[in-house]
Write a protein that binds this ligand. Structure first.
Ligand SMILES: Nc1ncnc2c1ncn2[C@@H]1O[C@H](COP(=O)(O)OP(=O)(O)O)[C@@H](O)[C@H]1O
Ligand SMILES: [Mg+2]
Length: 370
């Protein structure tokens, strides 16, 4: 099996007079595990349906390899789709469910037998060959659906929120399984999800969408560490936003003055001028919280004082909600990871403690300049 690359060029779609997809350009590489990530209703399924051929764009084109497939019938495309619901045939056993597409293709009995067993082994369900769908768990049903899709040897597998019907633990397990299956078959996977943790954990690259637009395409690290705007920063993981006005531009960093937090140093990743209003994002895990003034401070570091309003302990880490300069309406978040061995910590931080928050200016990332 070989994966194909997909190219989506200037695709637009309206339903009635509502514009659902604005102007989508995407290039998905051969063999890539590519995710479309965005809130419900942003247009992810609509894109998948166009790649599968169930919907036609109003404008633009879709290519599979070098072939323009924009108007090609679904059964003429070498693409298969896995939906959230498993869509297995309830009256057929596992073997027959997977054999079904091969019987349509009129393969010989022997060929069918070889292929069905090969894909059952791939999804690790060989011992369930004679069971019926109602005798399988949700995760097992989903794996059968995957085997049935792969038996056609598609060059692209489309997965539309395939794990959303499973409970949290099983979802984790199935993500690892999906990743393994992807490694073994080597074809292109396009995975749709509204769950940022799912997308971050398995994708080679992610397209973050909102309201019918692609806002950013990048590797999980790029999307998390260098979000292009406030929406992406906020949608992916947890973060703090600081607003201020640029008052100084140094060689390595800029300084923004904020009524809220005082002077904040930030990385000069985007072009700014003195007087610009800026919004800076700082991830909670980048911030060091300490009871005593931090000792290893250099010119690049931010240090502000705060007060602990709330501590949420969750074993491996504590999450602090901190009040800065008496502003209770906008609490600052910081995480503290706990060590892998337990020590009674004399410097433990508690509710109402006065603390120092420090972070390097390169961890303050500009998301908006006006
Ligand atoms: N057949 C349709 N007719 C009218 N509106 C639709 C149709 N299909 C989807 N929509 C609308 O298009 C938008 C995007 O839908 P969809 O692609 O399913 O979003 P997502 O998969 O990201 O949740 C939604 O606002 C949805 O209500
Ligand atoms: Mg959808």
């Amino acid at each position: 099996m070989k994966g194909s690359n997909i190219k989506i060029e200037g695709v637009q779609k309206n339903f009635g007079d509502v514009q659902i997809l604005k102007n989508i350009d995407l290039e998905i590489k051969q063999g890539e595990f590519f995710s479309l990530l965005g809130p419900s209703g942003c247009g992810k399924t609509t894109i998948l349906k166009m790649i599968a051929g169930f919907l036609e764009p109003d404008q633009g084109a879709i290519y599979l390899g070098n072939e323009d497939i924009t108007k090609l019938a679904p059964n003429k495309r070498n693409v298969n789709t896995i939906f959230q619901t498993y869509a297995l045939f309830p009256h057929l056993n596992v073997y027959e469910n997977i054999a079904f597409p091969l019987r349509l293709k009129k393969l010989s009995k022997e060929e069918i037998d070889i292929e069905v067993k090969k894909y059952l082994e791939l999804v690790k369900l060989s011992e369930h060959i004679n069971k019926f769908p109602h005798q399988l768990s949700g995760g097992q049903k989903q794996r059968i659906a995957i085997a049935r899709a792969l038996v056609n040897q598609p060059s692209v597998l489309l997965l539309d929120e395939p794990l959303s019907a499973l409970d949290a633990k099983l979802r984790q397990h199935m993500l690892i399984e999906l990743d393994n299956i992807h490694d073994k078959v080597g074809i292109t996977f396009i995975f749709v999800t509204h769950d940022q943790a799912e997308a971050l954990s398995v994708s080679d690259r992610i397209a973050v969408m909102n309201k019918g637009e692609v806002l950013q395409v990048g590797t999980p690290t790029e999307i998390y560490e260098k979000p292009v705007n406030e929406f992406v920063a906020d949608f992916i993981g947890e973060t703090n936003f600081l607003e201020g006005k640029v008052v100084e531009i140094k060689e390595n960093y800029g300084i923004a003055q904020s009524d809220f937090f005082g002077d904040i140093k930030f990385e000069l990743d985007k072009k700014v001028e003195i007087g610009n209003k800026v919004k800076i994002t700082v991830r909670p895990e980048k911030i060091i919280v300490s009871k005593n003034p931090p000792t290893f401070v250099d010119d690049n570091d931010n240090v502000i004082k705060g007060k602990v309003e709330e501590v949420i302990y969750s074993g491996f880490q504590s999450k602090f909600f901190l009040e800065i300069n008496g502003h209770k309406e906008k609490l600052f978040q910081a995480f503290k990871q706990h060590h892998n061995f337990f020590v009674e910590d004399s410097s433990a931080i508690h509710w109402k403690d006065e603390v120092y928050l420090s972070w390097d200016c390169t961890d303050g990332y500009l998301v908006e300049v006006v």
